[in-house]
Design a protein around this ligand. Sequence first.
Ligand code: SAH
Ligand code: SF4
Length: 349
Amino acid sequence: MTTTELQAVVQELGEPGYRGKQLANWIYAKAVSDFDQMLDLPKAFREKLAEQYVVNPLCVADHKRSTDNVDKLLVHNGDEQVYECVLLPYEDRVSCCVSSQVGCPMGCTFCATGMGGFDRNLDASEIVGQYLLLQSLSPKRIGHIVMMGMGEPLLNLDQVLKALRILHEEVGLSYRHMTISTVGLVPQIKQLAKEKLPIHLALSLHSPRDEVRDRLMPVNHKWPVEEVVGTMKDYHRATGRKVTFEYLLIDRVNDDEQQAAELAQLVKGVPNVINLIPFNWVDTGHGFKRPERERVKAFRRVLESKGVNVTERVERGHDIAAACGQLAGMHQGRFARRDRTSEIPLSSS
Ligand code: SAH
Ligand code: SF4
C-alpha cells in the first residue's frame, strides 16, 4: 500500500490520517515486519491492526547464506507455492534480486526455473515483500533491485510496475537503480517504453542467430532476434537509458568468435552494454556446459576489439545455488501448507 492507501486504512479504523505516515515509515523506511515494533502507535491500535492486517504477507521457508555473504530466501505466501529472492551485498552498494512469478512459462532450455513449469504471477505486495524481507536482513540500505529471480517480469507487467512504483515512492529507490530483465516480449517492451520511466532494461539475448536462439528460447519463434533487438533500441530512444544485452555463454553452442562478431554488429547504433554470463550448471538434459575460461576471454576480446562495452557477471552465492538460472525452489516438491503468520527471521543467524 502507498502512504495514501495506508492513510485511508487508519481513518477507517478511527485513527487520525497522520498515523498512515507513521505506518509507512515503519514499513518502508525501517523495514519492520511486526506491528508490535511500531512503538509510536498506541498499543490498542497496534492490536487492532494485527487482527486485520499483516505487514508483510511473506513467510520464510528456508534461509541460506553463502560463503561470499549472499543470502537466499525461499519464501511463500501461506500457500504451497514457493519462490526465491537473493540479497547481494557489494563493496559499494547493496542490491537484491527478486522473483516476479512462481515458476516461469517461457521454457528456456538452459534455465532451472523454466524447467520447473509455471504456477502463477506474484502480486505487487509479494514483490515489495521480498525487498522488505531482504532489507530486514541487511544493515545497509538496499539501493538496487533487479527482476532476475524466478519468472518473466514482462508477463506480469502491471504488478511489477505497481511494485516498482511503491519502491520508488515509498522506499525512495531510484528508477535508475531498478533493472527488469526480459526474455524478449516485444509488445510488453513497447508498453514499458510508453511509461517513460528511466527503468534499466536488460534483454536476455544469448545468440545473434535465430537458429541458435530458437533452440535456447522458444520465445524466439514469435519475436526473432532482429525484431526484439530493434525494440530494445526503441526502448533506449524512448527512455534515454542505455540498454543491456545479457549473453549466456554455453560451450560450443553460442560461444564462438564468429557469433561474437555478429553480436557486435547486431547491437550497434545505441548505447549498450553486453553482460556475459558463463552458464551456471543445471542439469538441463541437453548436455550444456560452461565454456573454458579461455573461450570466454576470446569471445570478450572479439567484442571489445569492435568497440562494444562488455561486463562479465560477477558470480555470487554458488554454494547455495543462488546464481542466475538456478532459482528452482530446491525443496522436495511442494511443501506443507504453513500459517501466514509463521515467524519471519529478522536476524541473519
Ligand atoms: N525471465 C527473465 C528474468 C529472469 S532470468 C529473463 O529471462 O531475462 C535472469 C537471467 O538468468 C536471464 O538472463 C537468464 O537467461 C539467465 N539464466 C537462466 N538460466 C541460466 C543458467 N543456467 N546460467 C546462467 N544464466 C542463466
Ligand atoms: Fe523464464 Fe527467464 Fe528462465 Fe527463460 S530464463 S525460463 S524467461 S526465468
